[in-house]
Design a protein around this ligand. Structure first.
Ligand code: CA
Length: 379
């Protein structure tokens, strides 16, 4: 299974209307996929988190020449060698999305070579489908708070109508709109009122707060029985996470911006979060996300992987979720997006509250060539 080619496949789709979270306005969805082909003609697909720019160049110009000729089955040693090489090249920043995209493609190849879904190679499925929570609830451009509130509440209702019993809101309105934490809590209360007490409600601040504001919001979220409070603080403020988590009755969640086992270990040992959220496209692939989940499990905390990618990321996340202990939930992005829906020849959809784990070999999906060609931006 010698690696013959490593290629990047950049995809982009401009949105009809931009939307925001606490960090940014989003006007396009873009993905840098990785395609690895072996000498015997097998193909594995991976996906890198974040903008195409930078990631594509690192893979094409630095990583591809390093990997040509290596045994694709050596997934973990390639992972270690890539981290070593990129650390020595870039010092303070290992481009974790790059390592992730390559790692996912290699896991896909490993599963295809074995004729088995990756979940089986990760130790075996504990579940054939995963309970999902609906994520989305981004904010539209608006002048008035009531317009944002109506949009979010109506979206929340639509998810419940579609069969979901759990959903996650965005909070942290202040940066874009100037509306402070009291508005965030009003938004959460409005959703709780609209969906009732039987629906699990989570809130994601995308790093919006400092510690005092985060404490206030945590108290307010406890009042509406929120299931967790995600990324209240910037991800590098581990000490502040620990102080918040210690005093909060709502579980604190985070980790989508953390990468590689040592960082998850540091955060876990510090008691920073009660829910770990590695993203398979940015944590260092399935290799690192699985290690993060093991570190969390050893400390008695849950792992709910972060997912906001294409069908490749979704399939890989489901393979991991199938194997995790406890009662993990899938973060199921519900923003309209054909690169998530149509890129898998057999689209991944919820059946009521659950999403089935793809059962094909490797990551479990076939890439739809037509969708791939439709959104490619390099030709
Ligand atoms: Ca998030």
């Amino acid at each position: 299974m010698a690696i013959r080619t490593v290629d990047t496949v950049p995809l982009r789709r401009d949105l009809d209307e931009q939307f925001a979270n606490a960090q940014k306005w989003i006007s396009a969805r873009e993905y840098c996929l990785v395609r690895i082909e072996t000498a015997d003609g097998a193909v594995g697909w991976g996906e890198c988190w974040g903008p195409i720019a930078g990631t594509r160049e690192v893979i094409d110009e630095r990583v591809a020449p390093l990997l040509r000729g290596r045994d694709a089955a050596a997934v973990e040693s390639i992972h270690a060698d890539l981290v070593f090489d990129l650390r020595s090249a870039y010092h303070s920043t290992v481009p974790a999305g790059v390592v992730s995209g390559v790692d996912l493609a290699l896991w896909d190849l490993r599963g295809k070579a074995a004729g088995a879904p990756v979940a089986r190679l990760l130790g075996g499925k504990r579940r054939a489908s995963v309970p999902a929570y609906a994520t989305g609830h981004f904010w539209p451009p608006a002048e008035e708070f009531t317009a944002v509130k109506e949009s979010v509440v109506s979206e929340a209702r639509s998810h419940v109508d579609a069969g979901f019993d759990a959903l996650k809101l965005k909070i942290g309105l202040e940066r874009h709109f100037g509306w402070g934490p009291e508005y965030d809590l009003e938004l959460v209360r409005a959703v709780r009122e609209a969906v009732g007490d039987d629906v699990a409600v989570m809130a994601d601040a995308n790093h919006a707060y400092d510690l005092p504001a985060a404490r206030r919001v945590a108290d307010g979220l406890a009042d509406v029985d929120a299931a967790f409070f995600e990324e209240p603080l910037p991800p590098d403020r581990i000490d502040a996470y620990t102080r918040l988590n210690r005093g909060s009755s709502v579980p604190i969640a985070g980790g989508e911006c953390w990468a590689f086992a040592p960082e998850f270990r540091r955060a876990t040992n510090a008691g920073a979060v009660d829910v770990l959220q590695p993203d398979v496209t940015s944590a260092g692939g399935l290799t690192s996300a699985r290690r993060a989940a093991e570190i969390g499990d050893a400390a008695g905390i849950a792992t709910y992987p972060h997912v906001f990618g294409s069908a490749v990321a979704l399939a890989a996340s489901l393979q991991l979720l199938a194997t995790l202990p406890g009662s993990p939930r899938l973060e199921f992005d519900r923003t309209p997006n054909p690169i998530r829906e149509d890129l898998a020849a057999d689209p991944i959809r919820n059946e009521g509250t659950e999403v089935p784990v793809p059962d094909g070999p490797g990551l479990g999906i076939e890439i739809d060539r037509e969708t791939l060609d439709r959104f490619r931006v390099d030709r």
